[in-house]
Design a protein around this ligand. Structure first.
Ligand code: GAP
Length: 544
């Protein structure tokens, strides 16, 4: 598996050198958990968001029954009425249990703090058993490896022949009475770790001049709630009928305790979320539809299926309202375990019900088609009049109900990182003299590549620049293209390979004679001659 061997240092260095990703506020030493996208990174991420919008919102595939599906977009404010977050459960609920070290001030997520308990002299004589504690952050194996020698030492020091008992668990599973014996994984001091304490992940701010409790507001930790809060607006203002989806792409903020693995866990990131509303009875069918569609989407954009791991969450992992969730995971090179790119969750009627209760507004859906279809079975056509006849609840719910929601929630930054990892390749290619030289090539899918084509006049004379400039001006109306006339053409190819440009178009002596150019393919390295007037179409074909 190529990506599993990728050295992240190399990728991070390429991203900085070629302008994909920079550390935020780098000139001031950076700020943990925040990243900036440079000139190429912004194109890559924009292509990702555009591809998502095009394939999921403007042109989604037909639904499970072969019918077209309705999808509309939304762009909500980042700061909303704090009641939104009370209704959703984020105020008071959106927290991780944290442990602080009173000595060195390091902070850890309690469930990520691995503790090893070694019990020696456990049986004879009774009451003589001793317990030793070790700790660390990382995979269970990492923590074991880090503490191996110290563990062996205490095991050797035992008085009896009983084997030492070794148990490994996270800090939340250690008995409260034993926690003071766990050393801080950062500074090693014992007795300095606090009890796990809830730590809210939402960034708090104030709206208006006065910093008082009444003016507290939050930066949204997900884009989803803005969609639920606008459900009735969208229904009233557009001609959508169930089933339909509302999509949003936008920033989300979480005061993550341990931002890590480059951009993977950031404090400011972008989400691409869909809330798909459907009849409760049809919800499992839609859940399966979105789960399968979302996995397939990653493959169509060049993610190898070996590296994509959809994982159905176990019952014990599910949020209390969720009927089912599948995490679409990716084998990032920095981890031995696949990590979440996207969650596809069946959220039932939880969110709309919560907002209905909190706001007092009616967020039910009236199924006019079902009502009209059954017209012959009733004496009145007025739903209100019919309700006065006190029909059974199940009958009413045939026509008026709280829709169920399927939520495919993807991270634009996580997918950008996966695309970068997947694209990174090193190989050896012959230079102009036929000697093999190292080549770094980013094999982006052409739809996602930041630069679609480079226009390279062979020399800066003999009328070639004029031809090349004319082609450049034509192509840049349609795609992001680069004009490069600096240095030997082989060097220019290497520069474009390094940023993943799928096509290099060379204007040479023959162009002046017969108006043809060569198109070099980044991956096959094959060069074809095509008429200059056909270049636009050639690139279009590759992007479709
Ligand atoms: N509305 C549901 C929701 O927000 P989530 O699993 O917490 O669910 C959805 O987030 C996606 O957002 C994740 O699959 C991931 O791609 C992205 N995401 C979440 N936290 C992130 C972080 N700290 N940094 C980067 N991306 C993150």
């Amino acid at each position: 598996m190529a990506t599993a061997k990728l050295d992240m240092e190399k990728l991070v260095s390429l991203c900085r050198r070629r302008g994909f990703i920079f550390q935020s506020s780098e000139i001031y030493g950076g700020i943990n958990g925040f990243w900036d996208y440079g000139p190429l990174g912004v194109e890559l991420k924009k292509n990702i968001k555009d591809a998502w919008w095009q394939d999921m919102v403007r042109n989604p595939p037909p639904g499970p029954d072969g019918q077209e599906i309705d999808m509309v977009g939304l762009d909500c404010s980042i700061i909303m009425n704090p009641k939104v977050w009370e209704a959703s459960g984020h105020v008071g609920g959106f927290s991780d249990p944290m442990v602080d070290c009173k000595a060195c001030k390091a902070r850890f997520r309690a469930d990520q703090l691995q503790c090893i308990e070694v019990q020696v002299d456990s049986f004879e004589p009774a009451g003589e058993s001793k317990w030793f504690y070790f700790s660390g952050i990382g995979t269970a194996q990492d923590v074991r490896d880090k503490n191996q020698k110290a563990m062996e030492k205490v095991a050797k020091g035992r008085k009896s022949d009983d084997p030492a008992l070794v148990t490994q668990r996270d800090y939340t599973q250690i008995l409260p009475a034993s926690r003071p014996k766990v050393p801080c994984p950062e500074c090693g001091q014992v007795g300095q770790l606090t009890e796990p304490r809830a730590f809210n992940l939402m960034f708090q701010t104030y709206v208006g001049a006065i910093q008082s409790d009444e003016n507290v507001a939050y930066l949204r930790p997900e884009t989803a709630q803005g969609i639920f809060a606008n459900f009735a607006n969208v229904l009233a203002s557009s001609r959508v009928k169930l089933p339909f989806g509302i999509a949003q792409v936008g920033k989300a903020f979480r005061n993550e305790i341990n931002p890590r693995n480059y951009t993977f866990r950031s404090r400011e990131f972008e989400q691409m979320e869909i809330e798909f509303f459907c009849k409760p009875a049809d919800s499992m069918k839609w859940y399966e539809y979105w789960r399968d569609l979302r996995k397939k989407w990653y493959s169509t954009l060049g993610i190898k299926s070996d590296n994509l791991k959809p994982r159905e969450q176990g019952k014990e992992e599910l949020a209390h309202y969720s009927i089912g969730t599948t995490d679409i995971e990716y084998m990032f090179p920095f981890s031995e375990e696949p990590q979440e790119l996207e969650g596809v969750a069946h959220r039932g009627a939880f969110d709309l019900t919560a907002h209905m209760t909190k706001s007092g507004k009616d967020l039910t859906y009236f199924d006019e088609d079902a009502w009209n279809r059954d017209a012959g079975t009733r004496t009145t056509n007025s739903f209100k009049e019919w309700l006065k006849t006190k029909p059974p609840k199940e009958e009413v719910e045939k026509y008026q109900y709280v829709p169920h929601v399927i939520e495919p929630s993807a991270g634009a930054d996580r997918f950008t990182l996966a695309v970068l990892c997947e694209a990174y390749h090193e190989d050896k290619q012959p230079d102009a003299k036929g000697n093999l030289e190292e080549r770094l090539v980013m094999r982006f899918h052409p739809r996602l590549a930041p630069v679609k084509a480079a226009i390279l006049p062979l020399v800066k004379k003999d009328g070639m620049p004029e031809k090349a400039e004319a082609l450049y001006r034509e192509l840049k109306k349609h795609f992001k293209v680069e004009y490069d006339d600096a240095g030997a053409v082989g060097r220019r190819y290497r520069r474009q390979d390094e940023i993943g440009t799928p096509f290099c178009i060379t204007i040479d002596g023959d162009t002046l004679k017969d108006d043809t150019v060569t198109i070099r393919d980044r991956d096959t390295l094959q060069q074809r001659r095509v008429p200059i007037g056909g270049v636009l179409e050639e690139i279009r074909k590759a992007l479709s």
